[in-house]
Design a protein around this ligand. Structure first.
Ligand code: ATP
Ligand code: MG
Length: 392
């Protein structure tokens, strides 16, 4: 089978000292998994790079897109391998550029020489000069422009071989999935929580999700939207388990027994308690939310203290200090934004108070809550859980 070669570079994994082999092994496993849909794919670490070979009939863009979605990958290049002989490198670089000219409108180029293997006799500037000369001979239409070239051709001479490439497609960086425990994201259908889940997963945390609905006040379509969002996330992290819980019985108790302006806070306290129970049940060590300081009444500093006080598990809020515009940019980048803005109701909006408290006092909230049988309500909610497995 004819195969194309790709260079996949890691980011922070390279900074890991003693643990580096562990991170490298997991990263390679994740990469192989991401490419497992192609037959006879090969991937291995060579000289600090992951060298991947994939069936040449698969479009390069498609392979690169799969690689950059693997957390821990810093960048990817489609490349050509050459033996460590300057004439062979020059010949293959010429062929490579002939193909590049066919694909893109390239009139000028420059060669960047790199020599990671110092035992290679020719120094980097000289590699660039000689290969540049040979490319010029092979491609008559090209000119050298060292200041603003249409194309930079890199020749990277390493211990095992030399690699020729012209583009680097950036990955998300981060750490390989599964190297940092497991967390439970409280997943709404909004813009924020999918971004929060993505950011924690990017740091290596495996993710499960919990979603609350208020059926029949919220529609099955609203839940489908959340499943679609999780489906996008699954494209980065593989199949995600989502725990689905009907919060309506609890919301009705709250509305019946507690002051109207406190409704959202009580709902949020129950969400946290139920999430913590689910997390414990499935081995998640942290809760994750898409909360952002001051964004809405339930996310003021005082409100966050009130919601946090009902759980003992750490609550990660990776968006806490971000501005909404930046969260939106991130949502666009990862591909969740267009789904998030579809107008379906969320359980939080079902009994939304007209004038929610923004500076709640914990004592007052606890007093109103004492009218409810908290433990029984949480237990019943957890027992009613349904599980959906969401695949990429
Ligand atoms: P998002 O855009 O993520 O919906 P938001 O700005 O709308 O956030 P809230 O509705 O107050 O804010 O929710 C804050 C956080 O609470 C969400 O980011 C999410 O983690 C969690 N959350 C809200 N609604 C739900 C839900 N129906 N199921 C699970 N978690 C939820
Ligand atoms: Mg929301």
């Amino acid at each position: 089978m004819d195969k194309n070669l790709y260079i996949v570079r890691c980011g922070e994994v390279a900074l890991k000292g003693m643990n580096r082999p562990y991170f490298e092994r997991i990263l390679l496993e994740r990469l192989k998994k991401a490419l497992s849909c192609y037959e006879e794919t090969e991937a291995q670490w060579i000289d600090g790079l992951m060298i991947v070979r994939v069936d040449a009939s698969i479009p390069e863009d498609e392979v690169i897109e799969r690689c950059v979605r693997v957390f821990g990958v810093a960048s990817v290049s489609a490349a050509v391998e050459a033996p460590k002989d300057i004439n062979e490198i020059g010949r293959l670089a010429g062929e490579y550029m002939l193909k590049a000219i066919e694909e893109d409108d390239i009139k000028t180029f420059k060669v960047k020489g790199k020599r990671a293997d110092k035992s290679f006799a020719i120094e980097s500037p000289e590699i660039a000069r000689q290969v540049g000369g040979m490319v010029l001979k092979a491609c008559k239409v090209l000119n050298v422009d060292v200041h603003r070239p249409d194309c930079i051709l890199t020749v990277d001479v390493r211990r095992e071989a030399a690699y020729i490439f012209r583009d680097k497609v950036k990955g998300f960086g981060g750490l390989p999935l599964g190297t940092n425990g497991k967390g439970l994201i409280l997943m709404s259908g909004g813009i924020d929580s999918p971004v929060a889940a993505f950011m924690m997963a990017k740091r290596g945390m495996s993710i499960e999700a919990v979603h609350f609905h208020s059926y029949p006040y919220t529609s099955p379509r609203a839940q489908k939207k959340v499943e679609e969002l999780v489906g996008v996330l699954a494209g980065y992290m593989g199949t995600v388990k989502m725990h689905v819980i009907n919060l309506l019985p609890i919301q009705e108790e709250i509305v019946k027994n507690c002051p109207e302006d406190e409704t959202t806070l009580h709902v949020r306290r129950f969400m946290m308690r139920i999430a913590e129970e689910i997390a414990k049940k499935y081995g998640c060590m942290m809760l994750i939310t898409g909360e952002d300081l001051g964004q809405v009444a339930s996310q003021t500093a005082e409100a966050l203290v009130v919601t946090d006080s009902v759980v003992s598990m750490p609550v990660m809020r990776p968006l806490i200090a971000m501005d909404k515009v930046d969260i939106i940019d991130k949502a666009r980048e990862i591909g969740t934004y267009d789904i998030s803005i579809q107008p379906y109701e969320d359980c939080c909006t079902v009994f939304l108070p007209k004038h929610p408290v923004t500076k709640p006092k914990i004592a007052r909230i606890e007093k109103s809550e004492s009218k409810l049988d908290v433990d029984a309500l949480v237990e019943a909610a957890v027992a009613s859980e349904e599980i959906v497995e969401i695949r990429p």
